[in-house]
Design a protein around this ligand. Structure first.
Ligand SMILES: Cc1cc2nc3c(=O)[nH]c(=O)nc-3n(C[C@H](O)[C@H](O)[C@H](O)COP(=O)(O)O)c2cc1C
Length: 175
C-alpha cells in the first residue's frame, strides 16, 4: 500500500495511519542507512558473515554500537556463542558483497577479499570502515535480537558509502 500524500507539509491528522505491516515497512524504508557485513571468525578457519543495515552508534563513553539480527536467521546461534565480531561498513562499490552476504550459501566468502583484524576477525577488504567489537549485552526486540557491542579497534577509509533506502541500494548525489 502506498501513502498518497507527497508533501507532509500539507498533511492532516487524518493522514496518520494505524500501524499495519505494509505501512510499517514502507514508512521505515524511508530511513536511509549504511550497509554493513557483520562477521565472526576463529583460528580453526570457521567464519561467517551477515549483511546488516540495523547498525548504529549508541554511546561514546564507553564506545558502544548496536545491531539486530532476526530470530529466524540461521546465523543467530553463532552470534550468540561468539562474543567477538567484526563490522565492515561497505563502500558504494560493494553492492554485490552486500547481496552475497544476504543470501544463504555454502561459502558466503567465496571470491571476497578479506583482511584479518587484530582479534582474528575476517573484515571485508575495500570497505569504508572496519570495527572489531565484543558483544556486551543481548536483548530480545520483538522478532529480532539486539546486540550491543563494545568497540575494541577501528579504522576508516575515504570511499563513498553504500546506502540502503526504500528497499534498494541508492547512491548519494555528489559522491
Ligand atoms: C541491505 C540489507 C540489510 C539487511 N539488514 C539486516 C539486519 O539488519 N538484520 C537482519 O536480521 N537481517 C538483515 N538483512 C537480511 C540478512 O542479511 C539475511 O537474512 C541473511 O541471509 C542472514 O544471514 P544468515 O542466513 O547467514 O543467518 C539485510 C539484508 C540486506 C540486503
Amino acid at each position: 500500500m502506498s501513502i498518497p500524500n507527497p508533501n507532509l507539509a500539507d498533511s492532516s491528522a487524518e493522514d496518520l495511519r494505524p500501524c499495519d505491516p505494509a505501512i510499517y515497512r514502507e514508512v521505515m524504508g524511508t530511513f536511509a542507512t549504511g550497509v554493513t557485513v557483520m562477521t565472526l571468525g576463529r583460528a580453526d578457519g570457521f567464519r561467517l558473515g551477515v549483511t546488516a543495515s540495523s547498525f548504529n552508534t549508541v554511546s561514546l563513553d564507553p564506545p558502544l554500537i548496536l545491531w539486530s539480527l532476526a530470530l529466524k536467521a540461521p546465523s543467530l546461534g553463532e552470534f550468540r556463542s561468539h562474543d567477538l565480531f567484526g563490522v565492515s561498513v561497505l563502500a558504494a562499490s560493494q553492492k554485490d558483497i552486500a547481496l552475497q552476504f544476504a543470501r544463504p550459501a555454502e561459502d558466503k566468502f567465496a571470491g571476497v577479499q578479506i583482511v584479518k583484524g587484530t582479534h582474528g576477525l575476517p573484515l571485508i577488504a575495500g570497505a569504508l570502515a572496519h570495527i572489531e567489537c565484543r558483544t556486551v549485552a543481548r536483548y530480545l526486540g520483538g522478532d529480532h535480537e539486539i546486540m550491543l557491542g563494545q568497540v575494541l579497534t577501528l579504522r576508516r577509509a575515504h570511499h563513498a558509502p553504500l546506502v540502503f533506502q526504500n528497499g534498494a541500494f541508492q547512491s548519494l548525489s555528489g559522491t
